[in-house]
Design a protein around this ligand. Structure first.
Ligand code: CUA
Length: 156
C-alpha cells in the first residue's frame, strides 16, 4: 500500500499526539495521584440518614466566617428543602445522594457538583449578594427530574 508523504506525516503526528496525551493522563492519574475534585469520601448510600453529618442535614456554623451546609439529594428533591445562609461568609456545601446520580447546581454561581450515591462531594462558596438562589438538578435522574429544585435564601 502506498501512502502519500503528507498522509504519512499526519499519521505520525496523530499517533504521537495520542501517545503524548495518554502518557500525560496516565502519569498524572497513577504516578501523581490526581483525581477529579470531591468524591474522596465515601458513604453507604443505604445508611445516609444514620451517617454523620447526614443524620442531621442543614446549616451549621463552623467558626466566625465559615458555615457548613449538609444536604441530601434524592428523587426528586433536596433535604432540607429550605435553607438560609449569611452573605459574605464561606459556605461549605456537603452533598450526597440516596438513590441515583443527581446534581447540585446553584444557578449563576460556580457551584455545580455531581451528587453521586456512595460519595460525598464538597464545594466551598461565598455568596456576595443576599437573595434567593435557585438550585437545580442537571443530571437526568428520572420522571421527576425537571421538577427537582430548591432555593437557598442568602441573608445579610
Ligand atoms: Cu435529580 Cu435530575
Amino acid at each position: 500500500m502506498h501512502f502519500h508523504r503528507f498522509e504519512k506525516i499526519w499519521l505520525i503526528f496523530g499517533m504521537v499526539s495520542l501517545i503524548v496525551f495518554l502518557s500525560i493522563v496516565g502519569v498524572s492519574a497513577f504516578a501523581m495521584d490526581q483525581h477529579p475534585s470531591g468524591g474522596m469520601d465515601t458513604i453507604d448510600p443505604e445508611k445516609v440518614e444514620e451517617t454523620p453529618p447526614f443524620d442531621d442535614p442543614g446549616v451549621r456554623q463552623i467558626d466566625e466566617d465559615t458555615y457548613e451546609v449538609v444536604m441530601i439529594a434524592m428523587a426528586f428533591g433536596y433535604e432540607p428543602s429550605q435553607i438560609e445562609v449569611p452573605a459574605g461568609k464561606e459556605i461549605v456545601f456537603k452533598v450526597t445522594s440516596t438513590d441515583v446520580t443527581h446534581s447540585f447546581t446553584i444557578v449563576d454561581t460556580k457551584v455545580n457538583m455531581m451528587v453521586i450515591p456512595g460519595q460525598i462531594n464538597e464545594k466551598r462558596y461565598t455568596f456576595d449578594e443576599p437573595g434567593e438562589y435557585l438550585v437545580l438538578c442537571n443530571e437526568y435522574c428520572g420522571a421527576g427530574h425537571h421538577v427537582m429544585s430548591t432555593t437557598i435564601k442568602v441573608v445579610e
